[in-house]
Design a protein around this ligand. Structure first.
Ligand SMILES: Cc1cc2nc3c(=O)[nH]c(=O)nc-3n(C[C@H](O)[C@H](O)[C@H](O)COP(=O)(O)OP(=O)(O)OC[C@H]3O[C@@H](n4cnc5c(N)ncnc54)[C@H](O)[C@@H]3O)c2cc1C
Length: 504
């Protein structure tokens, strides 16, 4: 065991949307920060500027196995790298809608109220959009919450065939809008992420130390169990102990729960900070189905997501419960999630038998249907010995099915419209649902709340039980944001940075 000499103000564990953002914000305040990240810098060739290689199933799967509800092992799609899952995300950064904070009446039951309101997070959303240079247009989406300024930058131009498709969708009385996207302006790495806007900024500060390849395995507490005294990490096969005044977990919804569960002591027999028995529970990931349309002409297959349609977000004709959102996919060669839908690809290849993979991709237009789920305490992360187990059964299924069929009907109407030239009428619209292994949008496993009996951290992200322990990642979200968790994780990290600056 090696004990590091230095005593830091803050140790951050994980460098994704939460940890990377927090690192940048704390660096600006001159704090001595140690950032421990399990992965290392991801080569540009492996990032979301992709090619046909994307379809190699193991590309975005680390060399580890988790165990599913049935006990069978699976390879999770999740990234261990500086920047975490933001290195392969779609980059759509949406604010939660006001109603979501109060709790939604889903078809299968309510989602919880957050204890925070939209107004509490709005200033942090403003900051988050500035930091991540979000390109969008205020007022374009009728369901968007109130905002007091425009986006930092105007939307990116979209592919010409998407411009035509947008007009075709408007003729079907839907309201497509430009998705707000983080964008770097760099020609070699155009999409924004937590490495560029978080860790790179932090590294420029003399007070920040980044240790790559540092896998945190356990937190050690003082005899009363009220304070974390050391963070144990494995680096190059060696055990290290690091010390700091404050410790922030930002290892993502699965790993943060795992670290707490593996840090059980006499005082915290069920796992550290787990008096409520909520650590690992309420795992949520949105229901995601990709749907394919056949394009009339070939495209590059390499372009970002562009259009959102929220016409069914709160319901539909004769349906008064939320169904979810539709987003155009990125080019099939660029959208990492698509790589997880091989059944869709095999169907498309039957529709277009003479095409190679590259041609296939260039003739496909993808859509994502995304529906919310309820937090369910039985959906959970547990550890048994060295095993990490995920018990997960998606809920709110009927709403998702309705959304998928509604969207396919809309696509058919678009294709039947003689004014629409960019898509081909198709007898079938191949689709595939993201499997259990798609874990990159997971959240909820260490929910925040004001009641220590039902939550793990308070509304700032501080453990109810361990005074110097905080969480700043997607695990604290009490419900799964309808339009993606990314911006809310970033906003919450910025909010926590202010609290920590005041303490140190
Ligand atoms: C393909 C894909 C597309 C997505 N698209 C979107 C989108 O368009 N919009 C959106 O809002 N969201 C999107 N998401 C989800 C978004 O990326 C996540 O919600 C967000 O990154 C969560 O942030 P986080 O800080 O909780 O975790 P992460 O960003 O996953 O970061 C966790 C970090 O912790 C590190 N870590 C894990 N274990 C340890 C350990 N033991 N020790 C040290 N470090 C550790 C990991 O290596 C990682 O760097 C997408 C995700 C994926 C995978």
């Amino acid at each position: 065991m090696i004990i590091d000499d230095q005593h830091y103000d803050v140790i951050l564990i994980g460098s994704g949307a939460g940890g990377g953002t927090l690192a940048a914000a704390l660096a600006a305040g001159g704090k001595a920060v140690l950032l421990l990240e399990r992965g290392s810098v991801m080569p540009l060739a492996d990032q979301n500027v992709a090619d046909v290689d994307l379809f190699r199933k193991d590309r975005y799967h680390p060399a580890e196995k988790w165990f599913g509800t049935d006990g069978d092992p699976f390879a999770p799609q999740t990234i261990h790298a500086i920047g975490g899952n933001t290195k392969i995300w779609g980059g759509v950064l949406e604010r939660m809608r006001e109603q979501e904070f109060a709790g939604l009446a889903l078809q299968e039951g309510p989602t919880p109220a957050w204890g925070l309101s939209y107004a509490d997070l709005a200033p942090w959303y403003d900051q988050a959009e500035r930091l991540y240079r979000v390109h969008g247009r205020s007022g374009a989406d009728p369901t968007a919450p109130v905002r007091f300024g425009d986006y930092p930058a105007a939307p990116r131009p979209i592919e010409p065939f998407m411009v035509e498709l947008r007009a075709a969708l408007e003729r079907q009385q839907t309201h497509p809008y430009d998705l707000p996207l983080t964008w770097s302006e760099s020609p070699v790495d155009p999409s924004g992420d937590a490495e560029l806007f978080g860790v790179d900024t932090a590294r420029a500060s003399a007070t920040v130390t980044v240790r790559e390849g540092a896998r945190v395995v356990q937190l050690h507490v003082n005899p009363s169990g009220r304070e974390v005294r050391a963070v144990e990490a494995v680096i190059d096969g060696q055990c290290w102990l690091f010390r700091s005044h404050q410790v922030v977990l930002a290892a993502g919804a699965v790993a943060t729960a795992e670290i707490l569960l593996r840090s059980a002591t006499e005082h915290h027999a069920r796992g550290l900070a787990n008096g409520s028995d909520q650590v690992g529970r309420n795992l949520m990931k949105p229901q995601l189905t990709s749907i394919i349309q056949v394009a009339a002409a070939a495209s590059s297959g390499r372009y970002a997501r562009s259009l959102g349609i929220n016409d069914y977000i709160w319901g539909d004709k004769n349906v008064d419960f939320p169904l979810g959102a539709i987003q155009s996919g990125g080019g099939v060669l660029q959208d990492a999630l698509f790589a997880e839908s091989p059944p869709v690809l095999s169907l498309v290849s039957r529709l277009m038998p003479d095409f190679g993979l590259e041609q296939l991709a260039s003739r496909s237009i993808t859509w994502w249907a995304m529906s919310p789920v309820r937090p369910d305490p039985h959906n959970r992360v547990t550890v048994r010995g060295s095993r990490l187990q995920i018990h997960y059964a998606p809920n709110n299924r009927e709403a998702h099915d309705r959304l998928v069929y509604r969207w396919i009907d809309t696509l058919k109407a678009v294709e039947a419209d003689p004014l629409t030239q960019v898509v081909k009428p198709s007898p079938t619209h191949p689709r595939g649902e993201a499997p259990l292994s798609v874990m990159g949008l997971a959240c909820g496993t260490c929910r925040m709340g004001s009641d220590p009996a039902t939550s793990v951290v308070d509304l700032q992200g501080r453990s109810h039980e361990v005074a110097n322990l905080w969480i700043a990642d997607a695990s604290i979200l009490p419900s799964s944001p309808l339009l993606g968790p990314g911006l809310t994780v970033i906003a919450q990290a910025l909010r926590l940075a202010e609290t920590l600056q005041g303490l140190l």
